[in-house]
Design a protein around this ligand. Structure first.
Ligand code: ADP
Length: 164
């Protein structure tokens, strides 16, 4: 493990056990991981607001509190990383489907900030098919997502589903 801080950006709408798996792997490599919820001020989207996502992430990652921080940002990821003096971005890879999008994003970020490195980590295969999008769909249709998301997230998902 080196002492550097890495940024783990994403929508996290909401966080899943796949995200948590990537975070754990990130902590084996980096001294500090900052989870950064990306949002667009001008075009709000998603099931959970950015503060709700941050709250769930903070709750679930409380056990790693000294080495994990949670934040949200608006604007370019490269600007956010520069502001914090962070040199590494962590992204997770599932099956081949993620590759093209992730590759494009990494290349664009390299174009914008050549000194910033993107590091890809692979979750355990148990999480290969877990995505925030699918989890939300299943819950809205009354399905059981226990084991795919942390318990606190499951509760919040069920609350949103029953309120809609
Ligand atoms: P984004 O909208 O930026 O893709 P997500 O919250 O969906 O945000 O994902 C954030 C990062 O976590 C991405 O790199 C994504 O590939 C990764 N990720 C999400 N779910 C999983 C999973 N089940 N296994 C591995 N990586 C994952």
């Amino acid at each position: 493990m080196n002492g550097q801080m890495a940024i783990y950006p994403g929508s996290f709408d909401p966080m899943t056990n796949g995200h948590l798996d990537i975070l754990r792997r990130g902590l084996a490599v980096f001294g500090h991981v900052r989870i950064a919820v990306a949002f667009n001020k001008n075009k709000p989207s998603g099931m959970f607001t950015p503060p709700e996502r941050v709250d769930m992430l903070s709750d679930v990652t409380a056990e790693f509190a000294e080495r994990v921080s949670v934040d949200s940002f608006h604007g370019l990821l490269v600007d956010y990383c520069r502001k914090l003096g962070a040199g590494t971005i962590i992204r997770g890879l599932r099956a081949v489907a993620d590759f093209e999008y992730e590759f494009q994003m990494a290349m664009m970020n390299r174009h914008l900030a050549p000194d910033l490195e993107t590091v890809f980590l692979m979750a355990d295969e148990a999480h290969f098919y877990t995505s925030s999008g699918l989890v939300k769909e299943v819950v809205m249709l009354g399905g059981d997502v226990s084991g795919l998301v942390p318990a606190v997230v499951e509760r919040e998902l069920i609350a949103k589903a029953s309120a809609s």
